[in-house]
Write a new protein. Structure first.
Length: 290
């Protein structure tokens, strides 16, 4: 499938948010070429007339994102002293198109010019974040999250489709830590495979700690209808035991067992759980509903 790239002009670029870790979010792209099977953000297609099934095949590039950001951050700083910003929440800010358009870099450059003091948090799966290490070092309060759900590259390739392999992300984590950048790992979603094979949790946490990161954010698998539609495509070719554990994954009993496994492993590896909770979205639905 050839990636479709659409250049568009956005009306605004800084949006307020209810996510607990930020006051405002910036998403320079709509769509994500990493095409993860479990991607919650795939609903974003509805804002640009794309179907859920086409997620991963298109990116809408907000070509005026940096100009807009420059204007909007100026206004924002007049109202609020350096609020917490998150880049990006519904796309990957360092997917392949970033190397051509450099919108994420443009936003960081603007923040450096403004001597931004508030928390600037970036979440990515891409080694391309290393291109901007010097900008991140200049910011007073920047952090980078690497999204890593498993260290099993075979599983990662099946579920994360076009994203850089987990092993490459762990290497980025190590290099960011060596560069003095504050880091965390987003273990999301918690793959139901871990329920069947708890050693996968220990492997992942051991690698995270070994890369020099001590804080993780963890989220249960979120399965509203649009995520189920994509996951069903992946599950069709999986063994029955995997299909069954995905079906169970929205139950409270399942979450309790997995949470106990996670907390035991966190203690064993000396990792801190962000917010001291495993995030669960109540709107998640079971694969077997409907
Ligand atoms: S990298 Fe993030 S935004 Fe992109 S497809 Fe994967 S989960 Fe979705």
């Amino acid at each position: 499938m050839v990636l479709e790239i659409h250049e568009v002009e956005a009306k605004t670029i800084i949006s307020s948010t209810k996510v607990p870790s930020a006051d405002f979010v910036i998403n320079p792209y709509t769509g994500c070429q990493f095409a993860c099977s479990y991607c919650f953000a795939s609903f974003m297609g509805r804002f640009v007339g794309e179907s859920i099934s086409n997620w991963g095949n298109y990116v809408y590039v907000k070509t005026n994102a940096v100009d807009l950001f420059e204007k909007e951050v100026h206004r924002l700083l007049k109202k609020k002293p350096h609020p917490r910003l998150s880049i990006s929440t519904v796309t990957d800010p360092y997917q392949g198109v970033e190397r051509k358009y450099r919108l994420t870099r443009g936003v960081l450059e603007a923040l450096v010019r403004h001597k931004y003091r508030g928390r600037v948090s970036i979440l990515t799966k891409s080694p391309a974040v290393m291109d901007d290490v010097s900008l991140l070092q200049e910011l007073e309060n920047a952090e980078v999250g690497l999204s890593i759900a498993t260290t099993d590259d075979v599983l990662s390739r099946k579920l994360d489709m076009m994203a850089p392999l987990a092993s490459a992300r762990l290497d980025v984590l190590r290099r960011l830590n060596e560069a003095g950048i504050r880091t965390y790992v987003f273990v999301g979603p918690l793959l139901p495979h871990m329920h069947l094979r708890p050693y996968l949790i220990d492997q992942l946490f051991s690698e995270i700690k070994g890369a020099g990161t001590s804080e993780i954010k963890v989220e249960f698998l979120n399965m509203p209808r649009h995520v189920r539609a994509r996951l069903n495509g992946y599950l069709m070719d999986e063994p029955v035991e995997i299909q069954e554990v995905y079906s169970k994954s929205q139950n409270a009993d399942y979450r309790k067992i997995l949470e106990d496994q996670i907390r035991t492993s966190l203690d064993a590896h000396g990792l801190k759980l962000r917010f001291d909770e495993i995030v669960h979205h109540a709107e998640a639905q079971s694969l077997v509903e409907d």
